[in-house]
Design a protein around this ligand. Sequence first.
Ligand SMILES: Cc1ncc(C[n+]2csc(CCOP(=O)(O)OP(=O)(O)O)c2C)c(N)n1
Length: 334
Amino acid sequence: MEMLMSTSEIFSPDHSKLINELGNERLREWVLRMQIIRAFEEKAEELFARGLVHGTMHLSIGQEAVAIGASAAMKPGDYLLNHHRGHGHCLAWGSDVRLMMAEFLGKETGYCRGRGGSMHIANVEMNNLGANGIVGGGIPISVGVGLSIKKRRSSQVCLTIFGDGAVNTGAFHESLNMASIWNLPVVYLCENNQYAMSMPIQKACRLNHLSQRAAAYAIAGITVDGNDALAVYEAVRQAVARARSGYGPTLVEAITYRWKGHSKSDRQAYRSRDEVKDWQSRDPIMRLARLIQMSDAEFKAIVDQARTMIEEAVEFAQASPEPDPDTIFEGLYA
Ligand SMILES: Cc1ncc(C[n+]2csc(CCOP(=O)(O)OP(=O)(O)O)c2C)c(N)n1
């Protein structure tokens, strides 16, 4: 069993070895999936601006490597819990873009029959147990999922994804403590995109790396560059191996950045344009495309393919019926 340690270092894998192991074809698929996530969210932003979406939405443009790297390390049958910025996680998990778009637009054909919308998409058939609008809300649920896996003596693993803001909630600490004492098969993945709304992480926490919190619960912790899909994959893969072998939970921190505002109405007075530009120059999609030496022509073909898929998804969603108001109490538990 490879050991993951709490450290002030940022873990970096052997890229050539991983590229060899995973193969160009599979990594080309990753680039396509990441581009689908990007195109989905660019379209989501446009549809929102056109007034076709109610409520709010949170975009994860710039964070695609976390979603793809983590999902690739999981197996069918594993569980996913994610948070309000979760379109990318659902798509990386293998969700159908048409049903995702229909849910985003609140249509009956969507994953939650239009009741979930942008922030609460679940796909229970694929063990995607859903996003959560409560900051840190998925974290205690993953303890229940982990306990259920353990009681059933199953070899499944639960991946739970949350932001840096969630790491300062009480539920985070209680949950990690319980997962630690019960040795539960849960991978805690903190997607550190630097801000909780307008609060920079440096002002909210004194630690160099959020994964250092793992030490307080005697579990493994590791920090990776979250714009490097291969690094996220390798860290989560090791954490999953540990969980499946009965060694309990791991806290993985993936350092990344959201290019867009927190949600629909964010004037972003808390950060500079240069900062955003600097992170944009570290685009996680281009980074993987370059690592596998994808040509410009092939990359452009992937961008076009992703955009076409999204256009078709929008057509499907727009042609779908609105939920019937008479069914409003269906699926309601209170
Ligand atoms: C318990 C709770 N407190 C506050 C909020 C309001 N709120 C919504 S998102 C957010 C910031 C979350 O930041 P983070 O966890 O870092 O995730 P990110 O939005 O950066 O992806 C806050 C404070 C909430 N939804 N739930």
